[in-house]
Design a protein around this ligand. Structure first.
Ligand SMILES: CC(C)(COP(=O)(O)OP(=O)(O)OC[C@H]1O[C@@H](n2cnc3c(N)ncnc32)[C@H](O)[C@@H]1OP(=O)(O)O)[C@@H](O)C(=O)NCCC(=O)NCCS
Length: 277
């Protein structure tokens, strides 16, 4: 039996996506991998057992921090150390890219694997779905469309909330970042950004009022009901979601290897996805 853990070749991406989908990582996993594939600081790693792709994972490096996401091993190849080897390969790749802290969202199956590698738990996140969206326009004052002139402020708000420099995610969306901001006394106090890579919008705000105002407007956007993931540590936001009748559809454990970034859960009202937050 020969096992290789290495960057996926372009002609192995489809097989990797098939394996990851079959592990239960979601129908959207192919879309989620587009950012690490296209980003100069991202990568997809594969586990190849006797010449066959049996597992994969992706990394996204953001300078001092980096994320592991979409890690999975085909059921037939589990409990042989492949998940652990993939995790170690991802950590090594992120260290090469300059990360001091490696972050991830773990499923119940993944948690013991990451703990053994040295990751510690940093709180729980839940994904929520709006099962009773309201009709009609919202009366939320100060919420308007995000404009290119807002980009530096939106990035600064993101950094203040996550403690990370996720500029590469924002620049990968190019000039046209679809989203909203909430303005107070001429200053942007929160933003909601839609990305092509995930479940819901990334929503950050300086305080509860600004964050909840953005979520309130997002609920009324025509189309599929809002799905939003956020840390349980933002108790005010969770309370608002519950009061609106949102239902929990998923949960994961935020885990960290390395020094803690200045992550402020009370400023996070929505995450791009359960890969890089
Ligand atoms: C989580 C997951 C990636 C683990 O993959 P894996 O290849 O089975 O992981 P490992 O083999 O390294 O470790 C799993 C278990 O096998 C054990 N093991 C490792 N090598 C072994 C061996 N040679 N013989 C027997 N057991 C072994 C480990 O000790 C570990 O045991 P424990 O978790 O019960 O303590 C896999 O279960 C999976 O894809 N799950 C679905 C998707 C998912 O949840 N991914 C995580 C996203 S965060």
């Amino acid at each position: 039996m020969t096992l290789e853990i290495r960057p996926a070749r372009a002609d192995e991406i489809d097989a990797t996506v098939d394996v990851l989908r079959a592990t239960g990582l979601g129908a959207n996993v192919g879309r989620l991998l587009r950012f690490p594939i296209d980003s100069p600081t991202g990568d997809v790693l594969v586990a190849v057992l006797d010449g066959v792709v049996v597992g994969g994972a992706a990394v996204a490096g953001f300078g001092a921090t980096g994320w592991i996401g979409a890690l999975g091993v085909a059921s037939r190849a589990r409990r042989r150390g492949i998940g652990t080897a993939l995790t170690e390969g991802c950590v090594a790749r992120l260290h090469e890219l300059g990360a001091k802290t490696v972050l991830l969202f773990a499923t119940t199956a993944g948690r013991p694997v990451y703990s053994r590698v040295g990751f510690q738990t940093d709180g729980i996140v839940h994904a929520w779905r709006d099962v009773a969206p309201p009709r009609g326009r919202s009366g939320s004052d100060g919420v308007r469309a995000l404009e290119p002139r807002d980009h530096p402020r939106v990035l600064a708000l993101d950094q203040e909330a996550t403690g990370e420099d996720r500029g590469s995610v924002f620049s990968a969306m190019g000039g046209a970042v679809p989203g909203l901001v909430v303005e107070r006394a001429g200053r942007v106090a929160g933003s909601a950004v839609r990305s092509p890579w995930g479940l819901g919008p990334s929503v950050v705000a300086t305080d509860r009022e600004a964050g909840v105002a953005l979520l309130s407007v997002l609920r009324r956007v025509p189309g599929a009901p809002l799905t939003v993931s956020l840390p349980d540590g933002n108790a005010d936001a969770v309370r608002a979601l519950r009061a609106w009748g949102f239902q929990s559809i998923n949960q994961a454990t935020r885990m960290r290897l390395g020094p803690e970034p200045r992550f402020v859960p009370t400023r996070v009202f929505g995450m791009f996805n359960l890969f890089w937050g």
